[in-house]
Design a protein around this ligand. Structure first.
Ligand code: CIR
Length: 282
């Protein structure tokens, strides 16, 4: 494990308010069959998410305001990849999302991170495609992230191996695959998710354990290691995904925190998308 702190020991979370324009204008994969977002409920769910993060000992929240000219701005994860003392500002795959990076840049500058900007106009990278395991990076090649984006990430974070993997059938790599603990990969059980997992396990030299979830969406969970409580996992609720919630209960020595995400999920948002978790002074 790189560094001396435990994997996923964070002290800052950057979050951003929902844009008023989200319900009408946020991007969604399923343009025709989408259900409408209940903005009041979306705000309540997001408040619960941010309040949950705020309640974690040692975690300071940096809260950015929403911007109605940027309907997807709540999904801050896509704007930057932070590792050690370096923050790579991405070039999001969707042109309508590129200006989201500006506020995130300001916040990271104020936190004194070394900022690197992805300026190459042939590169695209969304943070939702970047899975840092503590040992290496997996980067999903998706409709939003390309090889050049993955290459620039590898150039910036030279201490780590960067493994590009194909992602199909979903928005981002992390839509169906996240870390649920040190060396523990949570992944959905769809054919597409399992195909990506097979590629990951073939290309890595590490021995990861996997937690296979019946529902792809539930495999997007937020793992943190707190000095006081140890393993903490924010995961989708039993009401949303009963079978997957049962699987999470098999994790011993975890503080499990169910977090509902019914509304942002309608515009392809998952739990990890709504924060950038980092360690200031790592
Ligand atoms: C988009 O399509 O870009 C947004 N509606 C959802 C982004 C979700 N972000 C993430 O998974 N990291």
């Amino acid at each position: 494990m790189a560094g001396s702190a435990p994997y996923a020991r964070y002290n800052v979370a950057i979050v951003r308010d929902l844009a008023d324009s989200l319900a009408g204008q946020a991007l969604r994969m399923n343009k025709d069959q989408g259900q409408s977002v209940d903005m009041e409920k979306a705000r309540q769910e997001h408040k619960h998410y941010t309040d949950t993060l705020r309640s974690i000992d040692g975690l300071q929240l940096v809260e950015l305001s929403g911007d109605s000219s940027l309907p997807d701005c709540v999904f801050v994860e896509d704007a930057a990849v932070v590792c050690g003392d370096t923050a790579l500002l991405t070039r999001p795959g969707a042109p309508s999302r590129r200006a989201e990076v500006n506020s995130v840049k300001q916040a990271l500058q104020q936190l004194n991170f070394n900022i690197v900007e992805m300026k190459d106009e042939t590169a695209t990278l969304d943070g939702g495609d970047v899975l840092f395991t503590g040992r290496e990076f997996f980067v999903g090649l998706s409709s939003r992230t390309n090889q050049r984006g993955a290459q620039i990430l590898a150039d910036v974070f030279k201490d780590y191996v960067v493994i590009p993997v194909d992602v199909t059938g979903t928005l981002h790599l992390k839509t169906f695959c996240t870390m649920a603990g040190p060396d523990l990969i949570a992944i959905g059980s769809s054919v597409e998710a399992q195909k990506t997992l097979k590629e990951m396990l073939k290309l890595t030299t590490y021995n990861y354990t996997t937690l296979i979830l019946p529902d792809d969406e539930a495999a997007n969970c937020v793992y943190l290691n707190s000095p006081e409580k140890g393993h903490i996992l924010l995961h989708r609720t039993a009401k949303e995904f009963p079978e997957s919630a049962k699987r999470f209960k098999s994790l011993t020595n975890y503080t499990l925190i169910p977090v509902s995400n019914t509304e942002l999920a309608k515009v392809d948002g998952s739990l990890t998308c709504c924060s950038i978790l980092l360690n200031k002074g790592a």
